[in-house]
Design a protein around this ligand. Structure first.
Ligand code: MN
Length: 164
């Protein structure tokens, strides 16, 4: 996906968000994740997983929950630059995503299997080592053609055998 969509949506002379650069060195080893609580028109939680040199992103419609019986709707959004993992602050009125952003959680994530093909297949299982989100989670793309157009996923906590 790259950062074209991210950069096209934003005016970097008006928003404090990072522009992002494809020149950011790939860091070996641990992969970062963040959740940013974003009080935009509708409050949501942006889950971002470092993968392939960018932050793959989903807007989770409600606060993530440890309750494994609850599946949270997660709308896939444009890739964000890795620098975005540090971002907190206010996106000005009339700009894309206007509203306050707080870092709600941050840490590292470990995919069960190679992350890029898992993402393409629409099923990611992973471990989170955050301050709030820990243990095993899954992101699963919703099935039918109409939902796929919107790139709708479900975020869920895994327990039992799945969570082992
Ligand atoms: Mn957002």
């Amino acid at each position: 996906m790259g950062l074209q969509r991210y950069q096209a949506k934003r005016h970097f002379d008006r928003t404090p968000e990072p522009r992002g650069s494809s020149a950011v060195a790939r860091r070996a080893g641990r992969l970062r994740f963040v959740v940013q609580k974003h009080a935009a028109t509708t409050l949501h939680y942006d889950l971002r997983l470092e993968m392939d040199g960018v932050l793959k992103s989903w807007a989770v419609t409600k606060e993530p929950t440890e309750d494994s019986s609850v599946k949270r709707l997660a709308v896939r959004t444009e890739d964000h630059p890795v620098e975005y993992a540090e971002f907190e602050g206010d996106i000005p009125e009339r700009e894309y995503g206007a509203g306050h952003v707080d870092l709600w959680d941050q840490g590292t994530w470990i995919p069960d299997e190679a992350a890029v093909p898992s993402l393409r297949r629409g099923k990611l299982k992973f471990e989170l080592k955050g301050r709030r989100m820990k243990g095993r989670w899954a992101l699963v793309r919703m099935g039918n053609a109409s939902t796929r157009k919107k790139d709708l996923w479900l975020l869920m906590k895994l327990t039992g055998e799945d969570g082992a």
